[in-house]
Ligand binder design. Structure first.
Ligand code: UDP
Ligand code: MG
Length: 349
């Protein structure tokens, strides 16, 4: 195995050693000779990046001789993103534009793109070239070897701020401790996914689309290809602190019930302490008689219990809120129209 390849994570698939080899061989046999690649690109207020992206990507894909389509999902941009995309699609039949009726967020936009992609393999990509298109070629090599999911692993996150790096590393630690599904560290949405994994993904009914987690949940044989994540080529990031925090919360809450269960154990510990303390007080009263002081300990106990109850209630609220959203079963996104060849196409339901 070449040095640049990170072995597949153990937890995601039971296959090891020769079992893996055999599984890969079976998949290798099934690979079409001339696969169609679908690049799925969610865009939100990205008018400056579109030209740069298209030039870099189409040039590279033609050079490597891939048959491809690019599915852009316009996620309710308020600038000239859609107009620019339409101009390009009039000249290039390989482009398709799924225009959403408003901003639904990156995860929903990705879902829309994946639903509209027709390729044998799908590669979700950011438009800012932070997901280097040069990686598609090594991704394809691994796919031809039989892997169903090939993800990019960021080796150095020098393009991110220290705060983002630190919080990301904490997020992976917390997530992977709590969730039965492990997500590989420093892996974004940039990956190549085989059609059969895509079909499983599309059957997942949840409204809360934490894509990284869903991709990991699907399973199959996955392998990582390391890369250095460059700076954004144009425009600015769409994720501020709050969006990232909510994103992390969505991830943990939709993949783990550990935060709900934790309160049971907190309750057991506090109840045990209370019983011991009660025994201590009763014994002391029996031996030394009653003394009045105790105001401080009383207040601390009351405040602590109040705080713990509010906290646990808040956590229950997190889950209840999400349950509420899931139960309503509203669609994940609304398509305003699908455009290709510079014209509108009938929309898929
Ligand atoms: N994006 C989107 N909808 C949103 C926010 C972002 O479709 O509500 C797209 C954005 O246009 C870009 C990708 O998601 O193609 C990644 O966004 P960004 O580069 O801002 O994220 P970062 O790389 O800073 O995490
Ligand atoms: Mg980016």
């Amino acid at each position: 195995m070449p040095e640049s390849v990170i072995p597949p994570p153990r937890i995601q698939n039971g296959a090891q050693g020769s079992t893996l080899g055999r599984q890969l061989a079976i998949q290798r046999e099934r690979r079409p000779a001339d696969p169609l690649l679908s690049l799925v690109v969610p865009v939100y207020n990205e008018e400056e990046s579109i030209d740069i992206f298209l030039e870099a990507v189409t040039g590279l894909m033609e050079r490597d001789g891939f048959r491809f389509e690019i599915v852009f999902v316009n996620d309710g941009s308020r600038d000239d993103t859609l107009i620019r995309l339409l101009d390009h699609s009039a000249a290039d039949r390989r482009l398709r534009i799924v225009n959403l009726s408003r901003n639904f967020g990156k995860e929903a936009a990705l879902t829309a793109g994946i639903d509209h992609a027709r390729g044998d393999v799908i590669v979700p990509m950011d438009i800012d070239l932070q997901d280097p298109p040069e990686l598609i070629e090594p991704f394809m090599t691994r796919w031809r070897e039989g892997y169903d999911i090939v993800y990019g692993v960021r080796t150095q996150r020098t393009s991110d701020t220290t705060a983002k790096r630190l919080s990301a590393s904490w997020f992976y630690r917390v997530f992977n401790t709590m969730s039965p599904v492990r997500i590989p560290e420093n892996v974004g949405d940039f990956r190549l996914v085989d059609r059969r994994a895509v079909e499983v993904l599309r059957q997942l009914p949840e409204r809360n689309r934490f894509m990284k987690g869903l991709f990991a949940w699907v399973g199959f044989n996955a392998v990582g290809v390391p890369y250095e994540r460059p700076q954004r080529v144009a425009g600015s990031t769409k994720f501020n602190f709050w969006r990232l925090w909510n994103f992390a919360l969505d991830g943990v809450v939709s993949f783990s019930t550990a935060p709900l269960r934790a309160w049971f154990y907190v309750g057991v510990v506090i109840a045990s302490i209370a019983v011991l303390y009660a025994l201590f007080i009763v014994t002391r009263v029996l031996i030394f008689g009653i003394d009045t002081p105790g105001y401080a300990s009383l207040l601390i106990a009351v405040l602590l219990m109040g705080a713990i109850q509010l906290l646990s209630l808040g956590i229950i609220g997190e889950y209840l809120g999400r349950l509420f959203l899931e139960v309503k079963s509203r669609p994940i996104y609304v398509v305003e129209g699908v455009y290709a060849d510079g014209t509108s196409q009938p929309t898929k339901p």
